[in-house]
Design a protein around this ligand. Structure first.
Ligand code: SAJ
Length: 448
């Protein structure tokens, strides 16, 4: 007998009473905020992960991620008994809903690697019961819900999605550094495998998200990738504009500020490259099967953003040469290894290829980041002073707030003569730096 209206009504009641036991698979940058916010909304939540240290940390009420507000949320709900973590998928059988948020990276041929998702589906499939809700929140390529997720679960359970259990795609839209606020405030797209699944899952997410938009799974798959790809292309345009402005000797930041006064223009900002777990990957998911005809704007934008670390290296080497510095003895102080400002996350950070190349060229390279542990093989400086001590060049790669108002006068005293600043995030005041005797090379700025 299929999911009756009565059953559906009961399910909606248990959702609105927050008395529905819920499991979240994957306790990373998306899974942990998801588990913590549903627990804080009153649900009994179990977070499932494969990492024992992570599971123990959560059960001790600790959050392994430096995400604003998340540690408090986790400890409050663990101590209230609404949130616990486990290595075992058996807990899925005691749940009425399961949200999957495992990683879906690219493999080395830039093809989607869905092995973590498939593994999670297999473990869930063994514990799936009639009437359950299954939500995929991991970003997936188009067609994955109908061609991979649905058939995998149906084959494992002998049940039919939309008939015996609910199935929907609800991708995350949160940016690390602002995850909890965006989880609640950003409109959430709910794409069911069918209308019943859409309705039930929309009800579930309305208990935590202020705005829920209902549609179908295939449309949401493309919408999620479209929004990240739009941002990647917009950044590629800003990066190319920066290189054009350097050649034309005008300031790209001035250009962007003026162009953005136009009501229909919103140019993003140039930088040393595009990092993070999403933007360098999602455009490839979008074109993976659809293979748009040439010229392929999406692939070209990826190439432009992936080229930026080379441009930064060239600018740095040119600055050293023009200032008569010997690259065999020069010391580079890299400020920032995180992929973007104010996060501890170094996934696919543009700092990685840049530092790697500097080291390969034999440049003494020291890295300092107040938030991120990573140094990508460079000597790790524990303080800004240690990083710039006897340095010849400061290379700013991440626009953390700690780097916004650097005390340039003191830094100047600490550095070697004829100091250079290469500012890929345009956070240094050029006039002030130049007055203090720095050779200032800003990405997209007029030549010094
Ligand atoms: N970047 C620039 N110039 C800009 C903006 C960003 O160079 O003007 C760089 C950043 O420095 C970083 C990269 O792009 O290296 C990505 O940064 P991001 O601010 O786009 O943030 P993510 O990757 O942390 O989050 C994005 C967000 N997507 C959109 O804003 C469309 C977030 O909402 C998504 O949830 C997330 O991807 C995801 O997980 O998909």
């Amino acid at each position: 007998m299929s999911l009756s209206k009565i059953k559906e009504k009961n399910m909606i009641e248990t959702i609105n009473e927050q008395s529905l036991p819920l499991a979240v698979v994957g306790s990373g940058y998306v899974g942990l905020p998801t588990a913590a916010l549903f627990a804080d909304a009153g649900f009994q939540v179990v977070a499932i992960d494969v990492k024992p240290d992570l599971v123990n940390a959560i059960n001790d009420g600790n959050c392994p991620l430096k995400e604003p507000g998340l540690n408090e949320l986790i400890s409050r709900n663990v101590y209230a008994g609404r949130l616990k973590a486990t290595l075992s998928y058996d807990t899925v059988a005691q749940s009425d809903a399961v949200i999957i948020s495992v990683q879906t990276p690219l493999n080395k041929n830039r093809k989607p690697n869905l092995s973590y998702l498939t593994k999670a589906l297999k473990s869930i499939g063994n514990n799936l019961k009639k009437g359950m809700i299954v939500v995929v929140s991991s970003t997936v390529p188009p067609g994955t819900m109908t061609e991979r997720v649905k058939p995998t679960l149906e084959a494992l359970t002998g049940m039919e999605a939309e008939v015996d259990f609910y199935l929907a795609y609800v991708p995350e839209r949160i940016a690390p550094g602002n995850a909890l606020k965006e989880f609640v405030e950003s409109p959430r797209l709910v794409g069911g495998i069918g209308p019943n699944s859409t309705e039930i899952v929309a009800e579930l997410f309305r208990t935590v998200c202020k705005t829920v938009i209902e549609t179908d799974a295939s449309t949401v798959e493309v919408a999620k990738l479209a929004e990240n790809t739009y941002r990647d292309i917009n950044i590629a345009y800003a990066n190319q504009l920066a290189i054009i402005c350097e050649k034309l000797n005008v300031d790209v930041m001035e250009v962007i500020k003026l162009a953005n006064t136009h009501p229909r223009v919103n140019i993003h900002f140039p930088g040393p490259g595009v990092g993070g777990p999403c933007l360098p990957k999602d455009p490839y998911f979008l074109i993976y099967k659809s293979k748009p005809p040439r010229p392929n704007l999406i692939a070209t934008a990826r190439k432009i953003n992936d080229y930026m670390p080379n441009h930064i290296i060239e600018t740095t080497l040119k600055a050293l040469e023009k200032t008569g510095k010997n690259i065999k003895t020069a010391k580079i102080a890299v400020l920032g290894t995180a992929y973007k400002k104010n996060v501890d996350d170094s996934r696919l950070s543009p700092a990685q290829p840049i530092i790697k190349t500097l080291l390969k060229l034999g440049l003494k390279t020291v890295a300092y980041d107040p938030k991120c542990e990573e140094s990508f093989g460079a000597e790790k400086a524990e303080s800004l002073d240690a990083a710039v001590k006897k340095a010849d060049c400061i290379l700013i790669l991440t626009d953390h707030k700690e780097f916004e108002h650097l005390r340039l006068y003191e830094i100047r005293q600490n550095m070697n003569p004829n100091p250079i600043i290469v500012d890929t995030r345009r956070i240094i005041n050029k006039e002030e730096a130049t007055k203090l005797g720095f050779k200032y090379y800003g990405l997209g700025s007029r030549s010094p």
